[in-house]
Each structure stands twice: as structure tokens, then as C-alpha cells.
Design a protein around this ligand. Sequence first.
Ligand code: NAD
Length: 368
Amino acid sequence: MKKLDNASRRKFIKNVSIGASALLLSPALSKLALANPAKRLGIALVGLGGYAGGQLAPALQKTKNCYLAGIVTGTPSKAVTWAKKYNIPQGNIYNYQNFDDIAKNPAIDIVYVVLPVSMHKEYTIRAASAGKHVICEKPMALNAAECREMIAACKKANRLLSIGYRLHFEPHTQEVMRLGQKQVFGKVTRVETGNGFTYNGDPNAWRLKKALGGGGGLMDMGIYAIQGARYTLGQEPIAVKATQEKTRPELFKDVDETVYWELKFPGGQKVTGKSSYNHDWGYLRAQAEKGSFELQPAYGYDGLDGKINGKPMQIPNIVQQAAQMDDFANCVNLKKQSRVPGEEGLKDMKVIDAIYRSLNTGKWEQIG
Ligand code: NAD
């Protein structure tokens, strides 16, 4: 090996020690160092339940523009497990009482609200007031009035708000948007769509309590079918008529089980939808003047599939949540509105509010 003079030796030792300390950085930080450091934003997940633990945290191991920097939980044992599993520093762990201290933490840029629906408004507003940009899970809130308050609070705090509509970043869904909105096969004349699953979980879960979930299958699953019709047509519905059925009233005493609706669009298309906590549905079918296209599964995150004029779409699946969160981090960096802002959540809630009104009156109800 070539002999080093003293100056070169000092430089060599300095470089080696910088390299060694870089290796000691947490995986998140070393990824940060390898990617573009200016662009990798810290996300804190609020509510470490099924979706945060099963989907969002794993997806955050695959994101390029953001990483899992912090957590907010009311369960001390979860704080320990998550800190260990995801290398989260103690200083980035909050509970529901000290959550507002997150304002002082520059490592957290984005707060992701993954709580029961009744808590979405409070935590979105608290996060924005703490100076953080916000992603809030669907359905955005208990009703349209709450959505408006959330949008106003984020605007006032000059923070971006996005809803967890992962499918807008999913390629099969994007293809359906293109085919429908660009009228590739002429005008779409009919959309039929449904989403649901057979609920066999905890009878005391928040999903079965109106005060916490806002409703049942319609709020949780039907929202996808409403979105599906809206993004296939690229139009907003103006009225709705709905009916419901309950075959397990003892389980769904407080919330809707299965709901059927018809939407009136300005273009006069025939649009029907349904949602359920008692049927395994997940499809979207569109009939256009000169062709047809469909997705099934249409709304999940375990892989979508579809056909165009009866032939397979052959589009690869992606990690939807990683694409969704990377896009929002990019929007924050560029200070631009997400393609799924609070206003998009509000549009769906206006439809859902009208569906619940129609279930009460038995009549067509205006939307908005
Ligand atoms: P979950 O019940 O598994 O988790 C909810 C979390 O909130 C738990 O960690 C729980 O401890 C916490 N929590 C705090 N206060 C609570 C209270 N008073 N009552 C009950 N729980 C409380 O629910 P989830 O399936 O993770 O759903 C959370 C949110 O994510 C909901 O808005 C849901 O619609 C949404 N979600 C979205 C998708 C999607 O694909 N985008 C999928 C699943 C869930």
C-alpha cells in the first residue's frame, strides 16, 4: 500500500470516521442520507391499529420521499414494540395527552390520522394547529359539516390536507379514470359498483358504533363505491335515492348493514351502488357507448384486476400506500395541493350524508 504523508493520513482517518458514523445511523436516517436529504419527510402515525400496523408502517419501509419518524399511541406497550421494530427515537413518541407537543418536533413533517372516524376531525385540526401537514384516513369525518371545519382549519394554519385515498395512485384505477373520463369508448352510460365484506369481528368494535364510526358498511366500504362512480365519470352526482336491508339486526343494531343506492349525474348516466358489512363485494363495471371495462377486485390493497372489452388489463400491482404517501410528501416539498385533498373527502361525505337522508325519507335527496 502506498505510504501516506501526515496530511493525507489525517484526511484518510477523518473520512473513515465519517463513514463509520454514517453506518451507525438508524436505518431510516441512513436511507435519508442515501436518498435526497432535503426531500425525505418524517411521518408520524396517530393510532396504531390494524391499518397503521398492517399496511402503513410496512409501506413506509418502501417510500422514497418520506419515512416513519414518529408514533402517537395511547397504549404504552405498543410504543415499546413499535420503537424497537421501526427504530423510532423516544423523542418522537407521543400519547393523546401530550400530542400537541409535536409542534416542537422538527423531525415530524406530516401527521397521518389513522383513528376511528369520530376522532378524525379533532386530530386533523390539532395536527394542523401544531404546524404539521396532515393525511387523514377515509371516511374523512362523521359528516360533511366536520369535513368543512377540517378544511378551514388546515387552510388557516397554512398546512396541506390529504385523504387516504390510496387508489388514486393505483394503476388499474388510473386506467379506469382514463377510459371513463377521456371517453375512450365514447360516453359511459352505466356504472354498477359495490363494496363490502362479511363482518365477523368484535361485536363491540368502534365500527359497529354510530357515535364512533358515523355509520356502518356505507361509511367504511360504500365510500369506495361512491368514489368509483365519481372517478369513472369524472363528474359529481346531484341526487341520490337509497334503500337498506338488515339480516343480522342484533349485530348491526346501531349501524347500517347493507345499503343500495342510485345516483343521478348531470349526464343522465345510470349509476347504481351498494355497500355491505354482510356481503363480500368489490367490483366496478362501466358500460360505454362503444365498449366496456371493469375492475374486480376494484377497491382492496391486495392486488386489483380488470378487463377492457372482456380482455385482461395486464397491469402490474404496486404498494398503493407507499405511492400515496410518497406523492403527498412530494406535494409538501413542492407546496402544492394533493390530488386527493380534503375537498375530495368532502365530496364523498356530501353523497353519504344524502344517502342517510334518503334512507330516512325514502325519497330522492339532493347532494350538497
Ligand atoms: P383499528 O380499530 O384497527 O385501529 C384503530 C386505532 O385507534 C387503534 O390503535 C385504537 O387503539 C385507536 N384508538 C384510539 N382511541 C380509540 C377509541 N376511543 N376507540 C377505538 N380505538 C381507538 O381500525 P383501523 O382498521 O386501523 O382503521 C383506522 C382508520 O383507518 C379508519 O378511519 C379506517 O376507515 C381507516 N382504514 C383505511 C383503510 C384503507 O384502505 N385506506 C383500510 C383500513 C382502515
